[in-house]
Design a protein around this ligand. Sequence first.
Ligand code: NAD
Ligand code: MG
Length: 387
Amino acid sequence: MTAELANVAVLGSTGSIGRNTLEVIAASGGRLRPVALSAHSNLDLLVCQAQALHPRWIVASDPLSAATHDWSGLPSDVELLVGTDGLETVARRGEVEIVVAAIVGSAGVAGTWAAVEAGKTVALANKETMVVAGQLVTELAHQTGARIVPVDSEHSAVFQALQAGRREEVKRIILTASGGPFRNHTAQQLENVTLADALRHPTWTMGPKITIDSATMMNKALEIIEARWLFDLRPDQIDVVVHPQSIVHSLVEFVDGSVIAQLGSPDMRLPIQYALTHPLRLPGPATSLDFSERMRLDFEPADLDRFPALSLGLEAARAGGTAGAVLNAANEAAVAEFRAGKLHFTEIVPRCRAVLEQHQFDARPSLERLFELDRWARQEVMRWACL
Ligand code: NAD
Ligand code: MG
């Protein structure tokens, strides 16, 4: 971003990342202008955002919700687009310079893909895009000149720390994980956790799906795959360490043994803002760390026995091809079943492993094939839930 104004499309503006993005935009002193917003079913909030911000377009991506919604409050200067096609349309619009990919799940892939195809700057929160189609998306970005800047706090930290050395001097990256609400639970205690327990994250306030992913540590599994593609690393160059305070957001080790970390309070507005203003750093709304208080930074190894999602993430990162798409879709479906009370917390990861092991692996799939497997993996999880 230059000192001039940038037009921003926020796909998923009603979610946790979306709302934080609008706060960053509001605090930008007019440098960032929201020109497109989207929501799936929370259309009251979308209209409220449209009334406050007057974007050129809003997208109601769920046609059923859009059809029954009362749109009388929508300002006349805001154009309404309906359906997932609308997401792709706004992502490609010439007036849009930055697309914030803040939709949850593989539903976010299409809009992100359209933005990359159109050569935009993509502020990527939707890690599922990289998990599902990281290879194809990064190849497409090379062709179109699109820039993909991470929003995920760990990947933003790596992106920032990488600036301390040259690419070929990187030995490995170390992703930090809070460990979630069950970090100290025994295997037996994990058997008894409820949905309410899983939704109580100790350090971050986030949407429900990623909060549950943090509790199983599937979030870190997905982040390993995300990092593999974002930074073009071999899977054996990606480590995970548990850091309960969520202050060190990740680290890069260079070949000389020097380790560079990025620190900040657990506030997503900081990585969101950096993705929107990079390479500039500007004052912003994120809270500062307070060094006048005693502060501890603990690091402990991740327990792969209690949190088998991590091994699954590493395996899928090593396998590449269709593995990420299948793992991601199985997880989305299993988390939905858990939220519906149809699956136990400890069944989420084994269910994902079973679906991953069953699928017809393809090392070089097309985007269409990945979408097919996404649908297949969801059906497999649902089918088993009915048995
Ligand atoms: P959320 O559930 O709070 O919001 C999701 C947004 O996506 C909403 O605007 C919703 O309307 C939209 N949406 C939901 N289903 C959709 C569909 N089928 N089609 C189109 N739009 C749909 O989620 P969130 O916590 O903001 O997470 C968004 C993304 O950012 C996820 O990929 C998550 O992993 C990633 N992320 C989030 C955080 C965080 O702090 N929340 C941190 C790092 C990464
Ligand atoms: Mg993260």
